[in-house]
Design a binder for this molecule. Structure first.
Ligand SMILES: C/C(=C\Cc1cc(O)c2ccccc2c1O)CCC[C@H](C)CCC[C@H](C)CCCC(C)C
Ligand SMILES: C[S@@+](CC[C@H](N)C(=O)[O-])C[C@H]1O[C@@H](n2cnc3c(N)ncnc32)[C@H](O)[C@@H]1O
Length: 232
């Protein structure tokens, strides 16, 4: 693994104990709605075999598992042992039981056969991987022809007012909240990572270059978030 990838892994291991609570507070619970929308856009259906890339503490994975039902199967993949431990614990306590397998792996080299999955989701992962084209190639390989993936992440709004507001919120509210947990640097990383992240149309272009036959980017929450929907 590259030095950059291990730095990212360390960030997520460090924030694991507070990650879920801070997401609820900072988004006023909205991240749950955005994750529900992502599962809808992935077109997951009963009985499907699906993958949730960069699953973290596993809340999107669980929404996906609910959608595919007990005849379906979901794999949650992440390289942070800290967040995966929380995902496993939450899964163990879930009733009714859900058909989820947790896999500690790098999404740039997914350890699954070609053409294996009916659908995929990814929440706040694509901006954090060290090589977006490689991640899209890796995802493309494991999806069945015709399968759809939905990728949720932050997005820089085109409206300058919204952009300033988003920047202010990330630099002041988010970082100030994180200071209380000694996680200033970890949360201060979100804003520069978003500056480097491709905008909607650029994401569409990258998906097409990876071979996806259709790619649409939807802006949500006033353009501060986005979902890239891609079909193999
Ligand atoms: C779901 C959220 C964060 C996920 C997340 C993603 C990352 O890449 C991280 C990297 C490093 C550390 C932590 C994370 C991380 O937690 C929470 C999203 C909260 C947002 C700041 C969205 C806030 C929306 C508000 C409801 C409305 C604010 C409007 C704004 C002023 C335009
Ligand atoms: C912001 S968290 C998102 C977690 C969860 N999907 C969510 O929506 O809350 C980003 C996740 O991406 C994971 N990640 C980043 N790069 C990765 C890689 N190359 N392979 C596997 N996981 C990776 C991190 O460990 C972290 O759990």
């Amino acid at each position: 693994m590259s030095d950059r990838a291990s730095q990212i892994q360390t960030i997520f291991n460090n924030i694991a104990p507070v990650y879920d609570n801070l997401n609820d507070w900072l988004s006023l619970g909205q991240h749950r709605v955005w994750k529900l929308m992502t599962v809808q856009w992935s077109q997951a259906k009963t009985g499907d075999t699906c993958i949730d890339l960069c699953c973290g503490s596993g809340d999107l994975t669980q929404i996906l598992a609910r959608q595919v039902g007990k005849t379906g199967q979901v794999f949650g993949v992440d390289f942070s042992p800290g967040l995966l431990a929380i995902a496993k614990q939450r899964h163990q306590n879930h009733y009714p039981p859900q058909n989820i397998t947790w896999v500690e792996a790098d999404v740039l080299n997914l350890p699954f056969p070609e053409n294996y999955f009916d659908c995929a989701t990814m929440g706040y992962g694509l901006r954090n991987v060290t090589d977006i084209p490689q991640c899209l190639d890796s995802l493309y390989r494991v999806l069945k022809p015709g399968a759809t993936a939905a990728i949720l992440d932050f997005h820089r709004p085109y409206n300058p007012w919204m952009q300033n507001l988003q920047q202010w919120y990330l630099q002041n509210i988010v970082v100030t909240a994180a200071q209380h947990f000694n996680l200033t640097e970890e949360y201060a990383y979100i804003s520069p990572s978003l500056d480097k992240f491709p905008q909607g149309q650029q994401q569409v272009n990258l998906a097409q270059q990876a071979g996806f036959s259709t790619a649409i980017h939807y802006q949500i929450a006033g353009g501060i978030m986005g979902v890239l929907q891609i079909t193999k």
